[in-house]
Write a protein that binds this ligand. Structure first.
Ligand code: GBH
Length: 565
């Protein structure tokens, strides 16, 4: 896998050197710069059209520097970007509101690398991967990942090329606070890194959406008190959030507190396939962990709303920032549409996933079905906590990937040590669905049904952002990846389903973030599962746009008017 450590810096410097060399050449040829790529890749008969399209596309915003960089950098395949966009369709009507947010997402441990650099200390994910490599399919880890820590400037240029206006990423807790808590000196190198990333994004008019916690609990906090198992983490997470708000709040208008509490609780503390790899008390730990995640979320939102939001980024559009949570929500269909039991099994299934972490925020307590099945294994909120939670999100971030068919089991299950048994449903195939290479069902209608379910359940006209949606495809090499038509088809169908929820269901969906900006470290699957719009060669770290990246660029440009056409 990662045999790039020594040669890697050379590779990057090499790009930089090339860049400088080409700079002279390009400066001399300045008048033809905007067309410089066409000269190499486009047939003469279409050159003018493409030039005009490109110029219109990037009107005024794409500097010569970017083109020069693209031409000189071996990390980018320039010719793809000369494909004319579907400008003839841009007048078609779109189902999406004018201010609809189109973005992509990543997370710190999955892309940054530089794991031990500039004062960053280990998180539970570093430990999980490096101390027991068998936890990860290819025995890899995030030590280098996409090396975004060093390559972020180039990556932002790629985002710019894609026409991205919004980018969601997460902050590595231990880059900011090496001890995890307030005993830490705030690490100036960590602050400096995220400031540079934010500045680069803003300079290119890309709005940052910053997630505070995407699973990388400081190892020190796990060692001293068990991480999310202990209430003490609420205070420490709030302190970390305070440092982030203080340091970056004037640059960030959109915050996400915690990514996928469900995944943290179930994968980390029931099945143990994620860090910290606990499965010893699956009857208790996931629910305790989930409880602390919710309380920490509420605490951080309270802090933000009282001390930061009113003062940050008042730049003419209402000022202040917004803060929400991103929850995992896969849809469940009843096997027998006429069976009351199956219908309630499907409901329960969604309550045990999305409802677990959304009901307390929009209804003030855990779903009744969870309380009924779990009894006192599910912790209780005090009145004060309930009040703190209620309304503690300006929006719901929905991470939606897939759907399943479920039924009510006929035989009572014995508890097999997994959250799924607590939930008490049987899972079935739907022969009409294909699966992706995660084995997840491709069921675009589930997106619309999930959005309608949320809208109906919380009945508050809440704003939903799809903070993650995407597909993993089998891409053994860059050539396969460049023709990722399956991913494009997946994204198009799912976005179409979002459009239907907006148009037919009146659901307030504010935006959509494709997961992921680029291939990255896919947790327990290491580098063996690719979700990116950019292909990453993990030996050379070269990035190549896939077909889906080009298609998504068009989609953004046309505000989704190309969808379903
Ligand atoms: C996300 O988690 C993570 O936030 C992200 O870091 C990760 O890279 C990305 O997804 C891709 O894995 O068969 O209907 O039960 C994914 C959470 C929860 C999504 C379980 C799929 C199973 C679908 N996943 N869900 S279903």
């Amino acid at each position: 896998m990662h045999n790039v450590t020594p040669s890697y810096n050379t590779a990057v410097n090499h790009n930089r050197i090339d860049y400088n060399q080409n700079q002279e050449e390009e400066t001399a040829a300045a008048p033809r710069c905007k067309c410089v790529t066409t000269q190499y890749y486009i047939l003469a008969s279409t050159a003018t059209v493409c030039c005009l399209t490109l110029m219109a596309l990037f009107s005024g915003t794409l500097s010569f520097d970017i083109l020069k960089w693209f031409k000189s950098s071996s990390s980018v395949k320039v010719e793809e970007y000369t494909t004319p966009i579907l400008s003839s369709q841009s007048s078609q009507s779109s189902s999406f509101p004018d201010n609809f947010v189109w973005g992509t997402g990543t997370s710190a441990y999955q892309i940054e690398g530089a794991a031990a650099e500039d004062g960053r200390t280990a998180s539970i994910w570093d430990t999980f991967c490096t101390e027991q490599p068998n936890n990860i399919l290819d025995k890899s880890n995030g030590d280098i990942a996409c090396d975004h820590y060093h390559l972020f400037e180039q990556d932002v240029l790629l985002m710019k090329e894609m026409g991205l206006k919004h980018y969601r990423f997460s902050i590595s807790w231990t880059r900011i606070l090496p001890h995890g808590d307030s005993r830490s000196e705030i690490n100036p190198a960590g602050i400096h890194y995220y400031n540079r990333l934010l500045d680069t994004l803003l300079q290119h008019n890309i709005e940052p959406w910053v997630t505070l916690h995407h699973w990388d609990v400081p190892q020190t906090l796990f060692d001293s008190y068990g991480g999310w198992m202990n209430r003490a983490i609420i205070q420490d997470f709030t302190y970390f959030a305070r440092v982030c708000f203080q340091s970056f709040g004037h640059k960030v208008k959109h915050w996400v507190t915690i990514n996928e509490s469900w995944t943290i609780a179930v994968n980390g503390y029931a099945s143990g396939v994620h860090a910290p790899g606990r499965f010893q008390r699956p009857d208790v730990e996931p629910y305790v962990v989930g409880h602390h995640l919710l309380l920490a979320h509420a605490q951080v939102v309270k802090l933000y709303r009282t001390e930061f939001a009113p003062y940050h980024r008042k730049d003419g559009d209402g000022g202040g920032g917004v803060i929400g949570i991103s929850n995992s929500g896969d849809y469940r269909y009843p096997k027998d549409l006429h069976s009351e039991d199956d219908i309630s099994a499907a409901e329960r299934s969604m309550e045990f996933q999305l409802g677990w972490f959304s009901d307390p925020i929009w209804k003030g307590d855990y779903p009744l079905s969870m309380r009924q099945r779990l009894g006192d294994r599910l912790p209780y909120f005090t009145d004060e906590e309930r009040e703190g939670l209620l309304g503690s999100s300006d929006f719901l971030g929905l991470n939606h990937y897939s759907s399943m068919v479920v039924s009510q089991p006929t035989e009572p299950k014995t508890f097999g040590g997994y959250w799924g048994n607590d939930m008490f449903v049987n899972i079935h195939d739907n022969p009409n669905w294909k699966t992706n290479c995660m084995g997840w069902n491709i069921a675009p209608e589930g997106m619309k049904d999930m959005l309608l379910w949320i809208d109906q359940r919380y009945n508050q006209n809440i704003t939903i952002y799809i903070t993650e949606n995407g597909s993993c495809e089998d891409e053994p090499n860059v050539e396969t990846a460049r023709h990722d038509i399956k991913r494009q088809t997946y994204l198009e169908a799912y976005i179409q389903s979002v459009a239907e929820a907006i148009v037919e269901g009146g659901v307030k969906v504010g935006g959509y973030f494709a997961w992921s900006f680029m291939d990255n470290f896919e947790w327990q699957f290491g580098y063996q599962r690719r979700f990116g719009l950019y292909y990453v060669d993990f030996d050379t770290l070269e990035r190549t746009p896939k077909q889906s990246a080009l298609w998504y660029r068009d989609t953004i440009k046309m505000n989704g008017a190309n969808i379903g056409k």
